[in-house]
Design a protein around this ligand. Structure first.
Ligand SMILES: Nc1ncnc2c1ncn2[C@@H]1O[C@H](COP(=O)(O)OP(=O)(O)OP(=O)(O)O)[C@@H](O)[C@H]1O
Ligand SMILES: O=c1ccn([C@@H]2O[C@H](COP(=O)(O)O)[C@@H](O)[C@H]2O)c(=O)[nH]1
Ligand SMILES: [Mg+2]
Length: 258
């Protein structure tokens, strides 16, 4: 073995490499491995694979508010599924009336309509890092997205918030939304518990769900979110070339209780 090393420094550098490899294995055992976000100047194949974080939580849990902060701080594009549908509703689209009716009822639009709008938003963006806010709303949405886009999200951010807090926030929101009223919010909560929470559970089982306490001030919540995205940036530079990064698992809180 000594013959392989012509000098003592070379031998110690080999020992260091072995130690780093061992440390990496230990780190991987405690981490959720996700594909790292693309960086400028990368090869086309990596750039063509967008980095996607789904953002889920009940109505009024603060998804949109936090997405704006994440997008601004960490350079993501914010795609609000509900925003895309509202834009479609206010356009001359053939689906406008159907979307308005579903929104008023607190129901979910057909997957093909929503996924088509999301796909268009991803494809027309310069950026390759996306927050997809308020989607998927159902298992059917999830399956349609993964089939049409051809990939799972890199991870899922979930805002956990008590019902009474969410209802209060929705009823205080003053943006002229057709669904910001007591009747619709009650329907939306039913749909959320029955149809959307199973999607969050699906990703929790896969180790992709990061649950964040959605109570407190907007700033307090963002301080809980920040380390998740900060670890992506830090590990991105540390792992350049490997195509993978790890998010340390303290943020992973496992299954949601239904
Ligand atoms: N931490 C907070 N404390 C108090 N109000 C908040 C907080 N976060 C957001 N809000 C306000 O609550 C309302 C709902 O927030 P937001 O629109 O971000 O929720 P959402 O999860 O996107 O809801 P929806 O699913 O209905 O789109 C907004 O008026 C927002 O300004
Ligand atoms: O994937 C989606 C997202 C939204 N909707 C409909 O829009 C409203 C409002 O959505 P927000 O994300 O809260 O803005 C929602 O209640 C659904 O009716 C949808 O169908 N599919
Ligand atoms: Mg929203």
């Amino acid at each position: 073995m000594w013959r392989r090393f012509t000098s003592l420094p070379l031998f110690f550098s080999h020992l260091q490499q072995v130690r780093r490899a061992d440390e990496l294995k230990i780190c991987q055992a405690f981490c959720t491995e996700i594909v790292k976000p693309p960086v400028e100047g990368e090869s086309n194949s990596r750039r063509n694979n967008p980095f996607v974080a789904f953002v889920l939580g009940g109505p009024g849990s603060g998804k949109g508010t936090q997405c704006l902060k994440i997008a601004e701080t960490f350079g993501f594009d914010h795609i609000g599924a509900g925003d895309l549908l509202r834009k479609e509703m206010h356009s001359d689209s053939e689906n406008g009336a159907m979307i308005q009716k579903l929104m008023k009822e607190g129901s979910i639009a057909p997957s093909e309509v929503t996924v088509k709008l999301i796909k268009k938003a991803i494809e027309s963006a310069e950026n390759r890092k996306f927050l997809i806010d308020g989607f998927p709303r159902s298992e059917e949405n999830r399956v349609a997205y993964e089939r049409i886009i051809g990939a799972e999200p890199n991870f899922v951010l979930f805002f956990d918030c008590p019902e009474e807090v969410m209802v209060k926030r929705v009823l205080n929101r003053n943006e002229g939304r057709v669904d910001d009223n007591e009747h619709t919010v009650k329907e939306r909560l039913k749909v959320y518990k029955a149809i959307t929470l199973p999607v969050a559970n699906h990703y929790a089982k896969k180790g992709k769900l990061y649950k964040v306490d959605g109570t407190g001030t907007q700033e307090e919540i963002f301080e809980r979110v920040r380390p998740i995205f900060a670890s992506l940036s830090t590990l991105d530079s540390a792992s350049r070339g490997s195509g993978k990064v790890c998010i340390p698992s303290p943020y992973f809180t496992g299954m949601l209780l239904l």
